[in-house]
Design a protein around this ligand. Structure first.
Ligand code: PLP
Length: 446
């Protein structure tokens, strides 16, 4: 029997994959159908006759695996959603990001102005920081925590504490090593671990444990492979605090398994009702196992200035310093001078900041509790960690608040799986707007 073959070609344009598929179809359909895949630029050369420029235009951009494996930065996603709502003309009350709305104290700004005019400060700074700044850090540590530090070897300046947290795994984590990371937790602990090729092992922070990790539940095999342990008290996002017995457990655990402790103390100076958070380094033996990260961001309303520091074990700081010398060129000296002014001359916690957050906290906690939402009155940080009502996921409840009240809150699962069931609100807007947020929340049915 004779088969009739009619051959035709179909061009498929797949813009997303930057590919064009050339299909050769033979009819009847029972016979062979061949598909020739060509690189898109080749077909364009044929179709358009414009070779080089087209080839460049169609070059495929591929991310490194380390970028592909991380989700978009939590707040970048929220920013996108907020922008969409703003475009629609919605008056948003933004409780999403913990970025203080209060100004930096005047004396710090004045010192920056003067320091900026000094040509000595226009040159490359040293990566470890000016000795004047490091001395001010050491003196502040002694005054505030009673901890003695050698400014020459036990203090390192940072371009914000995020920078140090992001870089430290590069110094100590080999591919395949484990890093112990709290969940929920500040997202940078996980991402910096992944960037270094490490494997995060998540330590659940649960209400029944006061949002402290249960170190005894970490399997021995995991503990043996762990190189770093991140902890953070006062805590973001749960606003929990840690007392001495917990830090003592951490030191013992770190000694047993030779794990470097990275304590993130970014919120040590945001505390209420006369409470003064501890430094991890106040605990005996802490300096032999770890470092503590600090920030001037929240303490002095300086998030935009990018100034922080790490203190503690000199060899651990040396490792972080080696990463920094190869990546950044230190912190603008004029900002270091301003930071020196802040640490040397202002008493922390700064009463004028604390009093404002304390009032805001009470307005919000009272309002939320009246509405029937479950939230504790935090002793520290400017965050409220609120349980979502039954029947909602974190994302669903955050979406409900945004859609029906124009209120931006952060879904707890954005801080890790164990954050599911919560949303976080930041007290970084004024009292009047917080009262308005409560009024809007009252009108939402959940
Ligand atoms: C827990 C925690 N650590 C560190 C940082 C980073 O602060 P900075 O880089 O401004 O010092 C933040 C910022 O929000 C934070 O919440």
């Amino acid at each position: 029997m004779m088969l009739l073959h009619r051959i035709s070609f179909i061009l498929n344009f797949n813009w997303k994959a930057r590919k064009i598929t050339l299909k050769k179809v033979t009819v009847p359909a029972r016979t062979r159908v061949s598909v020739y895949r060509r690189q898109a630029w080749c077909v364009f050369v044929i179709l358009q006759g414009k070779s080089r420029r087209r080839r460049e235009y169609l070059m495929r951009i591929e991310m490194a695996k380390r970028i592909d494996q991380i989700p978009p930065y939590l707040f970048a996603e929220i920013d996108k959603k907020k922008e969409e709502m703003r475009q629609k003309g919605v008056d948003l009350i933004d409780l999403g990001i913990g970025d203080p709305d209060l100004p930096t104290p005047k004396s710090i700004i004045e010192r920056l102005k003067k320091a900026a005019e000094n040509p000595r400060n226009h040159r490359y700074p040293s990566y470890e920081g000016m000795i004047e700044f490091r001395t001010a850090v050491a003196q502040w540590y002694d005054r505030r925590f009673g901890v003695k530090l050698n400014p020459g070897t036990e203090v390192l300046s940072l371009i914000g504490s995020k920078e140090g947290i992001a870089h430290i795994p590069l110094a100590f984590v080999n591919p395949g090593d484990v890093v112990l990371v709290p969940s929920p937790g500040y997202p940078v602990y996980r991402v910096s671990t992944l960037f270094a090729g490490g494997t995060p092992y998540f330590l659940p922070l649960r209400k029944e444990n006061g949002f402290l990790p249960s170190l005894s539940e970490i399997p021995e095999t995991v503990a043996k492979k762990a190189r770093l342990l991140f902890i953070n008290y006062p805590n973001n996002p749960t606003s929990a605090i840690a007392e001495k017995p917990f830090f003592e457990q951490v030191v013992a655990f770190a000694r047993q398994y030779r794990i470097i402790v990275c304590h993130d103390a970014a919120y040590s100076e945001i505390a209420f009702d006369g409470y003064q958070p501890l430094s991890f380094l106040e605990v005996e033996g802490a300096k032999e196992v770890g470092v503590e990260f600090h920030s001037l961001s929240k303490t002095f309303n300086m998030t935009g200035w990018r100034i922080g520091f790490a203190v503690g074990h000199s060899e651990i700081l040396g490792g972080l310093g080696r990463v920094k010398t190869n990546i950044d060129s230190g912190l603008f000296q004029a900002i270091q001078e301003a930071g020196t002014e802040a640490l040397a001359h202002l008493d922390t916690p700064l009463p004028e900041i604390i009093n404002i957050y304390e009032k805001r906290r009470d307005v919000m906690v009272n309002g939320l509790q009246e509405i029937g939402l479950e939230v504790d009155r935090p002793k520290a940080t400017f965050y409220l960690w609120i349980q979502v009502p039954k029947g909602y996921t974190s994302a669903q409840f955050a979406a409900l608040l945004l859609d029906q009240g124009g209120i931006v809150a952060t879904p707890g699962n954005g801080f890790g799986e164990e954050g599911e069931g919560y949303i976080r609100m930041a007290l970084t807007i004024d009292e009047k707007r917080l009262k308005e947020a409560i009024d809007r929340l009252r009108k939402i049915k959940f």
